[in-house]
Ligand binder design. Structure first.
Ligand code: ATP
Ligand code: MG
Length: 264
């Protein structure tokens, strides 16, 4: 694969401590085992990419991190996942979701104004003065690189924005509860190339002071934004490494085959 490695962007994982620790984790949907004996450390304030063929369990693992899997009745799990040293299955799920925010594949602004999209989470956490609300809206939209484009239209519907703007609005909305972790499931697969590169830049930027976990089918994207890359196949974790090492020198045959496009 001719994935260009941008050597300058990778940050060492050596100094990073662990934000999410997964040990011997299994997940079943009914009788079907979707995740098999996964052990993995997600480094704090770094970007980690999950790659692998369709159906290998990337989204399932990502959704487990903020207990979205609770919404699927047939789900059963074994093993442990800790966030900041706490067992996530013993935490209050709503509290966990304040710390662990999520951005989806298809931008999903709420049918309300741009301002109210941002304030939705903070308002549920407590009363806000007008100054506090204004500060949150400006800060989050600025951080998501959208402020300049929408600052005169804050009372217009979020649904009136372009797809790329909607996705940045969703990132701004996720930032509004001040999460430590941002989960992104194929956040650019519905976007045009220019919006994609804006969101990729944002991911790199946000991973300076947030733990970012991104699922992507785009290996170049993993190589561009992630400090650590993890490859899954049929519910198993096959290989994980710092991104440069992962692409330059994959150890496992299945990783090599996947990277060279022999299956997708
Ligand atoms: N709610 C569900 N009920 C039953 N099986 C499910 C459910 N969600 C996912 N699965 C199954 O679990 C496996 C892993 O699915 P998952 O969505 O995590 O894969 P993925 O790696 O994200 O795939 P893709 O790249 O296509 O998004 C698949 O076989 C899928 O059919
Ligand atoms: Mg998926």
């Amino acid at each position: 694969m001719d994935t260009e490695l941008n050597e300058s962007v990778y940050r060492s994982l050596d100094g990073a401590d662990t934000a999410i620790s997964i040990r011997d984790f299994d997940l079943w949907y009914g009788d079907f085992q979707a995740l098999k004996n996964i052990s993995l450390e997600i480094p704090r304030n770094r970007a980690t990419a999950f790659i692998g063929p369709s159906g290998c369990g990337k989204s399932t693992l990502l959704r487990t991190f903020n207990r979205m899997c609770d919404f699927v009745e047939s789900v059963r799990t074994e093993g442990t996942i800790e966030f900041d040293g706490q067992d996530i299955f013993k935490m209050d799920a709503n509290a966990l979701r304040v710390y662990v925010g999520m951005v989806f594949q298809h931008p999903n602004p709420f049918p309300m104004s741009i301002r109210e999209n941002i304030l939705y989470g903070p308002r549920r956490m407590g009363r806000l003065t007008k100054d506090e609300a204004d500060e949150i809206v400006e800060r989050c939209l600025t951080r998501a690189a959208l402020w300049d484009e929408v600052k005169d239209d804050l009372d217009k519907s979020g649904l009136g924005l372009s797809g790329g703007q909607q996705q940045r609005l969703c990132i701004a909305r996720a930032l509004a509860t001040d999460p430590e972790v941002l989960l992104m499931d194929e956040p650019t697969s519905a976007l045009d190339p220019i919006s994609t590169s804006m969101v990729e830049e944002l991911m790199s930027e946000l991973s300076q002071d947030h733990t970012v976990v991104v699922v992507t089918h785009n290996m170049q994207q993993a190589a561009r934004v992630a400090d650590k890359t993890v490859f899954f196949y049929l519910g198993e974790l096959i290989e994980e490494a710092p991104t440069r090492e992962f692409f330059a020198n994959p150890r496992e045959q299945r990783t090599q085959e996947y990277l060279s496009g022999r299956f997708s």
